[in-house]
Design a protein around this ligand. Sequence first.
Ligand SMILES: [Zn+2]
Length: 385
Amino acid sequence: MTRKLYYENQYITDFEAEVVSCVKNGRFYETVLTETAFFPEGGGQPGDTGAINGVRVADTKEINGEIIHFCEGEVSGRVRGSIDWENRFLNMQQHSGEHIFSGVIHRLTGFDNVGFHMSGTEMTVDFNGYISPQVIEQAELETNMCIYENTPFEIIWPKADEVADYTFRSKKEIEGQLRLVKVGEADLCACCGTHVSRAGEVGIVKVISVMNYKKGVRITLRAGRRALEDYIAKNRSIAEISASLCAKTEETAQAVEKLKEKLGAVKYELVGVKNELFAEIIKDIDGKMPAVFYEKGSADDARILADMLADKTKLAFAFCGGGDGGYKYAAVGRDIDVREAGRTLNEKLGGRGGGRPDCVMGSVTASREKIEKAVAEYIEQGYNR
Ligand SMILES: [Zn+2]
């Protein structure tokens, strides 16, 4: 059985050990040592990475009671292990912050953390009941108060006959020796992970987002340096928005609202102007050649134009764009199924698209001349108005 140095002192980064076994299995040499500071994945916390005698350790897992180091090369004899401390400490900050937050939520609501995931830069915690935004805000505040107070993290290994004396949070049934993590009055939880020794090292815990999940909520959190990175990125982003809007950072939301209002008014005005323009465009079009072209328009314009024209001609085609060798088109029918017309255009003009019986939309890659010819042929070839 490997001696677990990470339980004796979670701050050990370098150590010496003997190789018990090193067996190639697929990509990795699965290595067991007499002792190790490499924490194997558990309790939602990822396994450590690092090096053994300079050979990269890509991951660490506990499998059937053995701590396996997944080495990218072979190692033997007496070796020197060194864990990737920056990564481990980030994990400790996240994991320890989550303990305090989950403990506080449990005290405030009675709900349990029923799912914990750490991956990449964020972590999520699932609780088995709805929690209001006010309570989440309160929990965030109390969590950070615990951090300011620099509350110690204590590890308790209760004897079998003492277990009943403790009331603790637990994610699953514990087999074998129980390991409890106590953070003052904030939390008491069964856990196999590595933690900071005092809450102050967590730095900060920040709720990033909350979503309804199953019958409860999923809360995304960041702690310590991960929270700082988030703050830096968001601060940069808000500074750019603020400069772009010429608004104070704390007034950007109102500035965006004003901008939206202005945009709405401009859009409204534009619709009026376009309606006049489109009426002008379709003025002289008749049912003999019910196709209009508007080079500046979008797919939406094509739909509106075809719809306006169909009031006159029952069957109408509108083609917009054309600058890059392709047109967006719409075909609209009044009591006429235009899907066949769409298929014909697509076939003849290298197009694509489709829609409902009364309206199809798509795009074609052809010149105006070719399009006009295709529409004329379609009209001539037995299309019956
Ligand atoms: Zn833990």
